[in-house]
Design a protein. Structure first.
Length: 134
């Protein structure tokens, strides 16, 4: 009897998608950097990674914050961010949280990021295999 040959589709071979939902910002640098470290690790492991920043976390994509924030034992935010971007990671920022904190589309210029409503977070959570919240 001939061995059955299994056909694999590209979707079956795709690595799981990881969504990291971040709500802590510069006020909790260790937790904020940890979220980016987990996302960076997932990118480096070959996963498709998306981050959704809400609440105070939207401020993490300000250049001054990216350059100056370090977590205790969780590394420098800029290094994690650069690795996520290099690996194809995407960022979504709550439009409502951004507006309340003075963030605009201009703050996201040249970044793989966009402002998004809550419905996008819901869609992203359903489109990814795993979700981490920090």
């Amino acid at each position: 009897m001939a061995a059955r040959q299994e056909t694999r589709t590209p979707a079956a071979e795709a690595r799981p998608g990881i969504l990291v939902h971040v709500t802590h910002g510069p006020e909790d640098p260790t937790r904020a950097a940890l979220a980016f470290l987990v996302a960076r690790t997932a990118v480096e492991e070959g996963h498709r990674v998306t981050l959704f920043l809400a609440g105070d976390a939207v401020q993490l994509l300000r250049d001054a914050t990216l350059d100056g924030l370090s977590g205790l034992g969780t590394g420098r935010l800029r290094e994690h961010y650069d690795a996520i971007v290099k690996g194809g990671g995407r960022f979504y920022l709550s439009g409502m949280s951004s507006g309340a904190r003075g963030m605009s589309a201009a703050d996201l210029k040249d970044k793989p990021a966009e402002l998004a409503p809550p419905a996008v977070l819901l869609r992203l959570s359903l489109a990814h295999d795993r979700m981490f919240t920090y």
